[in-house]
Design a protein around this ligand. Structure first.
Ligand code: NAD
Length: 407
């Protein structure tokens, strides 16, 4: 099945509906965003008042409260926020987590902000959507680009209910293992694809990772610990390449204290050249749309594991598919973060204490089980893993809509 590509790397409902034999009302319900707000956020910073564009999108709450991070970025748009909210709907559905999909985007460069100003912005956002956060949890935020545990603590401070937000600092209801959860899941997804799909021993594998932030650095660290050779990693400034394998623990520590890892422990490499390295796995773990019609043609890796959300454009996806690459889609590969968020939410509700290893085990069980479902659906319908993941997720959401009497 060839997607018609209605969405950039997202789910093409019209193609999926043919497989699932969905009715026109079901399709139109799935294609509609449930609720969205564009807010002119007035933030009084003492000496000046900033007015920021904020977008809050709940794509679907059919399966539970909308779950999704708060992104601070200079170029974030309503369109991008919708796309990311929708990915959360499919990610939570694929992994059978009782949440829907949502997202918040605030248009500001987080690098220009002090932590105090960031906390003012988040507190103002909470004032605008307070009802959604308190009244039965319509929306449960989490960190995304430009936000982290301190900003989630601001939400907790404002609402005073630990289950209203995930990604909190560990001393106020946050989960040990949450900060590395997405990277842990990406590393597990990579090992699964290497060993179960390609019969390649992880210890004999060569891997390149784009993005050495939260997701990329933790995924690299876990894969290194399992014996993989990480030959190249990069950040926005450029990368570092060592065909003998990089010393990832050293780079990991280095990256915490320095602005860039460009050329550290290896030769300088551009983000452009990273695509054409002779590796088994390429992990895009930085930003959207980096694998397009130009870069997809350069990729030599047999396996692409989407650590970032939406790193592959529709054109890029078609090229990867024609070249016979195994693509592990974002809604499967990076679902470790939302699985851990669910564990945090449950712990916050019940007051129970969860250990780091339990979080790791839950991530691996969740991703392992989704993998089995995706591989079975891909074989059954003779479709790509991306479309198989979408078929399972859409089916889950449609069933929930029926159970709630919406369709
Ligand atoms: P981050 O800000 O911690 O790290 C991003 C990294 O990418 C940095 O090293 C940055 O320098 C690099 N980068 C930015 N632009 C780049 C470019 N054009 N080329 C190469 N490198 C570039 O962000 P993160 O939390 O690691 O998130 C990365 C991606 O993973 C995003 O798409 C995010 O939505 C997705 N994601 C994150 C989580 C999570 O729990 N953090 C969960 C699911 C998905």
């Amino acid at each position: 099945m060839q997607s018609t590509g209605k969405k950039v790397g997202g789910v093409d409902i019209s193609s999926i509906s043919k497989i699932l034999h969905l009715s026109p009302p079901e399709v139109s319900l799935l294609e509609r965003i449930e609720k969205e707000m564009t807010i002119g956020l007035r933030v009084n910073c003492g000496d000046e008042t900033m007015i920021l564009n904020a977008y809050v999108v709940y794509h679907s709450t059919a399966r539970g409260p909308a779950k999704g991070g708060i992104r601070l970025a200079p170029n974030v748009t309503l369109e991008e926020t919708r796309d990311l909210a929708e990915r959360m709907t499919w990610k939570t559905a694929l992994t059978h987590i009782p949440f829907g999909g949502g997202k918040t985007g605030i248009r500001i460069d987080p690098r220009t902000l002090t932590s105090f100003t960031k906390s003012l912005i988040i507190a103002r956002l909470v004032q605008e959507i307070r009802n959604e956060l308190v009244s039965g949890n319509d929306y449960i935020p989490a960190p995304d680009l430009g936000t982290g545990p301190p900003e989630m603590a601001v939400i907790y401070n404002e609402i005073r209910n630990p289950e209203c937000v995930t990604g909190k600092p560990t001393h106020v209801g946050g989960l040990p293992g949450r900060k590395e959860a997405t990277g842990r899941g990406v590393s597990y997804s990579t090992i699964y694809a290497l060993e179960h799909i390609h019969s390649i021993d992880v210890k004999k594998s060569k891997i390149a990772v784009q993005g050495f932030g939260n997701v990329g650095s933790w995924a690299s660290k876990f894969l290194y610990e399992k014996g993989a050779k990480i030959v190249a990693v990069s950040d926005i400034e450029g990368g570092t390449y060592n065909p003998e394998g990089l010393d990832i623990p050293k780079l990991f520590e280095y990256s915490k204290k320095n602005r860039t890892i460009k050329g550290v422990g290896g030769k300088v490499i551009t983000n452009e050249d990273l695509f054409s390295l002779d590796v088994d796995v390429f992990i895009p773990a930085a930003v959207e749309n980096v694998i397009d019609k130009n870069t997809a043609n350069k990729i030599k890796a047999k396996i692409v594991v989407e650590g970032a959300n939406g790193p592959t454009t529709h054109e890029g996806d078609i090229i990867l598919s024609k070249k016979g690459k195994t693509v592990i889609p974002d809604i499967l590969a990076n679902s470790g973060g939302v699985i851990a968020s669910y564990v945090e939410w449950k712990s916050s509700k019940s007051g129970s204490i969860t250990k780091r290893q339990e979080v790791y085990d839950t991530i691996e069980e969740g991703i392992g089980s989704s993998y089995k479902d995706v591989i079975a659906a891909a074989e059954r319908y003779k479709i790509s893993y991306r479309n198989a993941a979408a078929v399972i997720a859409v089916d889950e959401v449609v069933k929930a809509m029926h159970d709630r009497g919406w369709a």
